[in-house]
Design a protein around this ligand. Structure first.
Ligand SMILES: [Zn+2]
Length: 139
């Protein structure tokens, strides 16, 4: 009996070792912060924090239609994290009077996530169905 226990304890864990090159060193947000994160629904890149929700006219959730009749449910944020702005800002068909918009894409996978707005206020509107709460992804 004793020799059997000894044999098991002596089993080398070599097989489960991860090669150094596969260990990624990334700054990890704390668990409580992660729960507030919004991620790109396509690649799970962190794109916004719920702490940065921006209230326009007292609201931070809107539903709009573009000129093509496509409906978008959007959330507004005072800033975004993993987003890249592209295009030339324009006020044409703007959903927020006095504010110019361009495009905001995920800086990892390029998915169109929403629109940054500039003008009297600076904020970004992200498309609800293209982002997910980190809380629902990580467990
Ligand atoms: Zn992405």
């Amino acid at each position: 009996m004793d020799s059997q226990v000894e044999a098991m304890a002596g089993a080398a864990p070599e097989a489960t070792k991860i090669p150094e090159s596969e260990i990624q060193v990334l700054p990890r947000p704390s668990v409580s912060d992660a729960a507030k994160d919004w991620l790109c629904a396509s690649c799970l890149n962190r794109v916004a924090s719920d702490q940065d929700r921006f209230h326009y006219d007292g609201k931070s959730e809107f539903t709009f239609r573009n000129p093509q009749g496509i409906q978008f449910d959007i959330l507004t944020f005072s800033r975004t994290l993993g987003c890249e702005s592209t295009g030339t800002p324009t006020q044409e068909h703007t959903w927020f009077p006095g504010h110019a918009w361009c495009f905001c894409v995920c800086d990892r996978c390029g998915t169109h996530l929403g629109w940054p707005y500039t003008g009297p206020s600076e904020f970004a509107a992200l498309i609800r169905e293209r982002i997910v709460r980190a809380l629902l992804v990580r467990n």
